[in-house]
Design a protein around this ligand. Sequence first.
Ligand code: NAD
Length: 422
Amino acid sequence: MTPSSPLRLALRLHHSIPLPRLHLSFSSLSRSMSPAMEPQERPQVEASAPRSNDFSSDGVAHKSKVTVVGSGNWGSVAAKLLASNTLRLGSFHDEVRMWVYEETLTTGAKLTDVINSINENVKYLPGVKLGKNVVADPDLENAVKDANMLVFVTPHQFMEGICRKLVGKIKGNVEAISLIKGMEVKMEGPCMISSLISQQLGINCCVLMGANIANEIAMEKFSEATVGYRENRQIADKWVQLFSTPYFLVTAVQDVEGVELCGTLKNVVALAAGFVDGLEMGNNTKAAIMRIGLREMKAFSKLLFSSVKDTTFFESCGVADLITTCLGGRNRKVAEAFAKNGGKRSFDELEAEMLQGQKLQGVSTAREVYEVLSHRGWLELFPLFATVHEICIGHLPPSAIVEHRERRPRLSLLDGSATQYC
Ligand SMILES: NC(=O)c1ccc[n+]([C@@H]2O[C@H](COP(=O)([O-])OP(=O)(O)OC[C@H]3O[C@@H](n4cnc5c(N)ncnc54)[C@H](O)[C@@H]3O)[C@@H](O)[C@H]2O)c1
């Protein structure tokens, strides 16, 4: 396959390296992005001195061991990506352990047994081999006990319970990353999933978000992702290295909250895009909804965390994820069906019928965002977010998605600092 000019341009801009010559094959282009040829962009982790979590008390360097907590559609694809890299990179154990929420399949077999025998998650990622070094484990405690790199990737509503079970069960010097899109709303305010993990387990937690519809990455189609980190660039680079492949390009930005809120809030906008599709309102309307949604995503994020950077919204986790989710994600798909049915069939019913066990995140996130907006007196500032929730719970018809402007947004008010409102 010969890469098209826009793709070549995108890759060139992404890597800030000169592309050799025209008429490269995609595979040779991919090789041109390999670690050996990208000294200034690729993480230096392999070459640099090992960090504290690479050593035991005897001072001997140890390989990092990776466990994936979660085994749904994205969880399985993440395990596949990681497993291809742990085999290739000398500083990691080959095995990637994957905690599976055990299920009995219609055949009567246990999902874990099937994954371990045919190397495929037949329920959540059928038809894709995960790599022989992926080991499915139904025992959460056992799955994490030897790991020092934990990848969390479950639907967000299960994370609080999972963290509770893991307290005191993980090793010291563990690093975590969350691929989970969503937040928990507590009495004291919203809590991002990476903070929940950090607070409950006492470990540092980065995030990875991006324009990443799992099934496309499973097919090894080119895409990008963003790692958000708090302070430790070396750890961020290690995650970048662990996830990057020639078809999955990962960059790191120092903005955990910005990256995570982008990934979380775009699911609410995707519901709005789905309503527009269900009502056959056309592309102009959908583009308008995406633009208004992006503006609310940015304003909401910056009101919650004044540290959130404008530039984050131009990374893969921002505008790119918003576009792909509004064009092809499951939230859009189910919202389209909801609107086509005039809001008469509930999201729960449609989710069960259309997603075969996969979970919608947008509806619960819309409710959580609405709780924050009501609690802080911000409802009027975020008409799109507020309208999406009110449609989801049946207080407004799907057609209200283009009437929300009548609430007269005062987003110009949001140009000030977060402290004005918090
Ligand atoms: N699928 C994607 O394309 C995609 C892409 C990027 C990010 N994400 C995010 O990744 C996260 C995980 O999504 P996914 O697509 O891997 O999952 P999924 O929706 O495909 O599957 C649901 C998972 O939840 C598990 N589960 C069901 N009940 C449970 C319980 N009580 N406790 C714990 N687990 C339970 C199921 O076994 C299954 O593994 C979500 O936050 C999602 O937003 C998904």
